[in-house]
Design a protein around this ligand. Structure first.
Ligand code: ZN
Length: 277
């Protein structure tokens, strides 16, 4: 299933390399660079059994000026002098938009390859398709593509207030964010917004407006952002999901997600909406 990468490609100084171990990425200590140079990668390959794939480029808009190669060591625990394993979330929070795009796509590809080694239809081995991001069964020709899971994310506002919720993952912090959840089969995005808002915080909303979208690689979501006006109901946080939810005055916000995330940008959009009248 491993696409052949030639020796010449391997030694190219122009290439970007990403090394994954379990759900972490190996980066050189005390640098801010996300990528490894070709020689560091070669040294690594010489010492480890690992599969190498090239990340298929998405379009010219996403070009990073050089091919991106992925080394996946799977479940192997990597310890290497002067290098350290870093979580994807840490790198995403610290990086630029360009790094975010490459890293999000690379991680989704790694996850896809790891979880599609066998055919879901006949059980035979799958092979990587050369010209697109897909796996195909060599026996029954069943072809699969990386899974993309649509999620809605919504900022709820009324007058000069915004409704923010603290999820169970942030229960020990002061981090509050917008409401988000997976779209269910057969549901429209707007239906998902109404359902999720009611489930998670118990209120009704109206006047939905589409905002923007963002791929979110944990592990393969596509976040679709909305602004929604409050209609009725008191806040009732969903047990087991939401630790706390409150209306916050826009000039007295708690800790909120960074602007790199669509949640952060949605909150900013509510603030701007209010400033603009
Ligand atoms: Zn098959």
């Amino acid at each position: 299933m491993i696409k052949a990468v030639s020796d010449r490609q391997l030694q190219s100084a122009q290439a970007h390399w990403l090394i994954f171990s379990r759900d972490k990425i190996l980066v050189p200590k005390s640098t801010t660079s996300l990528y490894l140079g070709g020689w560091s990668a070669l040294e690594f390959i010489a010492h480890h059994q690992a599969s190498i794939v090239e990340l298929p480029p998405l379009s010219e808009h996403h070009a990073v000026g050089a091919p991106v190669y992925i080394i996946d060591t799977g479940a192997e625990h990597i310890e290497q002098d002067n290098w350290e394993l870093t979580s994807l979330r840490t790198l995403l929070a610290a990086g630029t938009d360009e790094q975010f795009n490459v890293l999000a796509r690379a991680w989704q590809y790694v996850h896809f390859l790891r979880t599609h080694r066998y055919c879901g239809q006949c059980g035979a081995k799958m092979e990587q398709v050369d010209w697109e991001m897909a796996m195909q069964c060599h026996q029954c020709k069943h072809r699969v593509y990386p899974r993309i899971s649509p999620c809605i994310i919504v900022a709820i506002y009324r007058q000069n207030q915004i409704l923010l919720a603290k999820g169970v993952r942030h229960k020990d912090t002061n981090m509050y964010s917008t409401i988000a959840g997976f779209v269910e089969s057969g549901e429209s995005l707007e239906q998902a917004v109404h359902r999720e808002v009611e489930e998670e915080v118990g209120v009704k909303v109206k006047n939905l407006t589409y905002f923007d979208s963002q791929p979110w690689p944990f592990p393969h979501s596509l976040m679709m952002g909305y602004l929604a006006e409050y209609e009725s109901g008191d806040i009732v946080p969903e047990e087991g999901e939401i630790v706390d939810a409150q209306w916050f005055d826009i000039d007295a916000l708690p800790d909120i997600p960074p602007k790199l995330s669509i949640a952060g940008r949605l909150i900013e959009a509510v603030l701007n909406k209010h400033k603009g009248g």
